[in-house]
Ligand binder design. Structure first.
Ligand code: NAP
Length: 256
């Protein structure tokens, strides 16, 4: 018999977790991972049919169709979560967008649109959920940024993406201090390249693969399951002494 049981600290039995952008890519995976360790998951995105399909495979989950660039929809998401479950323990702010365009050709609306979803929505949803987390004296917020919040992206030119992801990383640090004494932890998970709708085509494109091989210490894109552990570490009691951190899972891309 062992007197330590570290894996049990990664479980989220009975906890309620909101995952934004759960209709595809990383968010779909995050929702399944949280459900696999016992969480009741709230699935949020615009494509409601996809959320409903996913919800059918995750007992006890709730699908909420929302456009998170709209403030009223953000309020509705948290309101429906609290009405349905009476609590929220984990918030995974995953929904995000990026556009590849040179600054000279980027419009003000494109830049503002990305900032609204990638930064303002995270600030707003965190604020709305923190109200209930602070009252409960515990909670974990995981903001999905990117390694491109730490370093420049060019030759893939996406100023709005880099600016917004950098903002999320420092917003996370400030939230960690404002809520740290109230039991709420806030961390950032910053992935490198993973297959999703956002990176569609990269896996089969030769020059993209050469780009990844040249720049990452582990010369490939990440596998779908290689964010699972990092997500659970930040979301659960296993990361109970972590806050304000940006956890890079990027094959070493930013290591030099
Ligand atoms: P994805 O497949 O394009 O997923 C983006 C998700 O965001 C979708 O579920 C989308 O759902 C949702 N979304 C977009 N606009 C929305 C809106 N206005 N309201 C509500 N939901 C919205 O891309 P992904 O790669 O999984 O991206 C997930 C997160 O990981 C993003 O924050 C991205 O920046 C970050 N990330 C990805 C990578 C990567 O290599 N894949 C690397 C670093 C960081 P609907 O269209 O149904 O609304």
């Amino acid at each position: 018999m062992h007197d330590v049981d570290p894996l049990s600290m990664f479980r989220l039995d009975g906890q309620v977790a909101i995952v934004t952008g759960a209709s595809s890519g990383l968010g779909d995976r995050f929702a399944r991972v949280l459900a696999s360790v016992g969480a009741k998951v709230v699935l949020a995105a615009r494509r409601r049919e996809r959320l409903e399909d996913l919800s059918e495979s995750l007992p006890g989950s709730l699908a909420v169709g929302v456009d998170l660039s709209i403030a009223e929809d953000r309020e509705r998401l948290v309101r429906e979560t609290l009405e349905h479950f009476g609590r929220v323990d984990v918030l995974v702010n995953n929904a995000g967008v990026g556009h590849v365009v040179a600054i000279e050709d980027e419009t003000l609306d494109e830049f503002r649109g990305a900032m609204e979803l990638n930064v303002t929505a995270i600030w707003h949803l965190s604020k709305l959920c923190a109200e209930s987390m602070v009252a409960a004296g515990s909670g974990s917020i995981v903001n999905i940024a990117s390694m491109l919040g730490h370093v420049a992206s060019t030759p893939i030119r996406q100023a709005q993406y880099c600016a917004s992801k950098g903002a999320v990383i420092n917003l996370t640090r400030e939230m960690a201090f404002q809520w740290g004494r109230k039991g709420v932890r806030v961390n950032t998970l910053s992935p490198g390249w993973f297959a999703s709708e956002m990176t569609a085509g990269m896996e089969t494109d030769e020059s993209s693969q050469r780009f990844v091989k040249t720049n990452a210490a582990i010369p490939r894109m990440g596998n779908a399951d290689e964010l699972d552990g990092a997500l659970l570490l930040l979301a659960s009691r296993a990361g109970g002494y972590m806050t304000g951190h940006s956890l890079l899972v990027d094959g070493g891309w930013t290591a030099r």
